[in-house]
Design a binder for this molecule. Sequence first.
Ligand code: SF4
Length: 332
Amino acid sequence: MQNLLKERGEPAYRADQLWQWIWQKKAGDFQEMTNISKALRSSLQQEFVLQRPAVVQKKESIDGTVKLLLGLNDGFFIETVIIPEKDYYTQCISTQVGCPMGCVFCSTGCMGFKRNLTPGEIASQVLVACRHLEDTGLDSTRLTNVVLMGMGEPLLNWDAVKKAMYMMTDSLGLGISRRRLTLSTVGVRDRLQEFGSSRLGMLAVSLHAPDQDLRRRLMPGAATWDIKDLVRALEQYPLAPRERITIEYVLLKDINDSPAQARALVRLLSRVKCKVNLLAYNPGEQEGYQPPQEKTILTFEEVLRSKGLTVTLRKSKGQDISAACGQLIADS
Ligand code: SF4
């Protein structure tokens, strides 16, 4: 944008103004940009479009979670989910159309990989969510937390994700605190360290198994990186004094939910500065997987806690509208 405006003989700060209008003030039209001359606005309007993914369908859960099906320029669809917390909203955004990782319990994984999203398609999901909140009379300034945990593996689209995270955290952009922006990955060799060095957000790692054999069965795409090497990389991951990595573990009945597996998980993570997020499986379109009984979940949790791990048992939201973890699917 700086180059583009320079070619038109505009001062350097004009790019900041334009950037601010698009991301911070969420302008939907060049004509709203009142501190930019009419002549420049008209010339921009003739050459460019300000475009966001279009809301094709909205579904609202009884718990207030909203899932938006978004249409992209080339006919593909993605999903984004707005989750109401006590006094703020968390938005879960997508980074790819589909996902090549093929995790067997995940609806997105089962639809396969279609294409990467562009930086604009990733970050503008937040603009779309803010507009949805405003249109329904809700306060969009409360959308303070964003997780890159929707469709896709963000580190396989790292170049675009990096730019999108910059758009989201920049103080003239969406202004989201990096401590409230979380990238969730299965762990991609090399890119994990790059993400750590970028300091653009917090890290969550989907582990879902305490050993390589089971992880290979559940997450074939992720298992090209041996679980022990992945954990070694997590031990060396750069963290500020009070930061911790979030380990995501979806509990599947009779598959990864036994007390022995909980103990194996404790041993595996013994040198990682982390907290563990446990989540019972959300039934999707895949057959053969069930959530464990509540008693089994509590026993698993207790084993981790008793060995000194910080554990949260995440309540699943939006299950009734297939908006919960692992349930996102959008066929074009
Ligand atoms: S769980 Fe995540 S990484 Fe695995 S297939 Fe689904 S979207 Fe991809």
